[in-house]
Design a protein around this ligand. Structure first.
Ligand SMILES: Nc1ncnc2c1ncn2[C@@H]1O[C@H](COP(=O)(O)OP(=O)(O)OP(=O)(O)O)[C@@H](O)[C@H]1O
Length: 305
């Protein structure tokens, strides 16, 4: 479990993380979202003791990172997958990491297999593609068999197959009872990966809870209805529900699809479509973060300078 409590970090006049409180639970994949500059990387560095908070604290399984007895056996983190020793091959890279960190070397072969790099393990990491480097980075985080895992943008630059593989892996790690804390800019991917969410804007918490609750908050609710008998349907809905019409379809709010179907039937309107509009993570995220974006799209780059 990761517990941040009133965590604050300033860089000069910038408050990168501002009294941030959240929990990432074990056995869950927690997505960490926020607009550019919101403070995600700073928070990750604070969790890992790479930076010192100005106020507040963050605990990993009840202990600050710097006081962990065996940090690499407790926490695995991939903050930048592109780092590697260019001259070393994948296998030697992992062996070197294991040896220099007092971790069991016998896990290296097992992890190469797990991340699908066994066949290229002899190839120099300098020649690895981004996808292969991500896999190598993930193998490195798992060397110490840690209970808590942090990944910053793990699917960046990956093809759909690579993304699906990471998604599956993160689910497996969480199902094992581990804490998996992951940031990503790719919302559709996050929607399929995370069960819980922590959303921040300008260093502050703006949402903490389950993915399902978050998506349910979206403003995009209603039922989309198409009919060749628009006049009949309009008459049936008037006074019964709020609705808008655009592109040959009605969007009805305040009535469920069963009721709308019945009203249409009673009015003699044939339905060609009757589909509830379910919220998306993207919509809910945009609704929530609109206020918190550091440089809103409405502000021109000149004005923001
Ligand atoms: N070492 C530093 N020195 C000065 N300012 C910093 C430093 N690190 C981060 N900041 C500032 O703190 C704020 C938060 O930055 P951070 O990198 O944590 O955001 P982020 O959410 O990870 O952004 P992105 O999604 O763009 O990576 C930004 O305004 C950034 O400019």
């Amino acid at each position: 479990m990761i517990e941040a409590n009133a965590l604050t970090k300033r860089y000069g006049a910038t408050t990168a993380v501002n009294e941030l409180t959240f929990t990432a639970r074990s056995g869950r994949v927690t997505g960490f979202l926020g607009p550019n500059g919101a403070g995600k990387s700073t928070t990750m560095r604070l969790i890992l003791g790479l930076d010192t908070p100005d106020a507040g604290r963050v605990l990993i399984d009840g202990v600050p990172y710097r006081q962990l007895k065996d940090p690499l056996r407790t926490v695995g983190a991939m903050l930048d997958a592109t780092w590697r020793h260019p001259g070393r091959n994948g296998r030697d890279h992992l062996r070197w990491l294991a040896a220099t960190n007092g971790l069991p070397e016998k896990r290296v072969e097992e992890l190469l297999e797990l991340v699908g790099l066994t066949s290229v393990a002899e190839r120099r990491a300098g020649q690895y593609s981004l996808g292969m480097l991500q896999r190598l980075g993930i193998a490195a985080t798992l060397l110490g068999d840690p209970r808590v895992l942090l990944f910053d943008e793990p699917v960046n630059g990956l093809d759909p197959e690579g993304m699906a593989w990471i998604r599956q892996l993160l689910h497996t790690l969480a199902a094992d009872g581990r804490t998996v804390f992951v940031s990503s800019h790719l919302l559709p991917e996050m929607a399929q990966t995370a069960q819980d969410l922590v959303v921040i804007g300008r260093g502050r918490l703006i949402y903490q809870g389950t993915m399902d609750d978050f998506v349910a908050r979206t403003s995009a609710h209603g039922v989309r209805v198409r009919t060749p008998h628009a006049d009949e349907l309009r008459a049936a809905l008037t006074g019964q529900a709020e609705f808008t019409e655009a592109d040959g379809a009605f969007v009805v709010s305040g009535l469920d699809s069963d009721r709308i179907g019945q009203l249409a039937f009673d009015a003699g309107a044939t339905l060609h479509e009757l589909s509830p509009i379910t919220g998306s993570l993207e919509q809910a995220y945009l609704d929530l973060t609109r206020e918190a974006v550091e440089f809103p799209a409405a502000v021109s780059p000149e004005a923001a300078r």
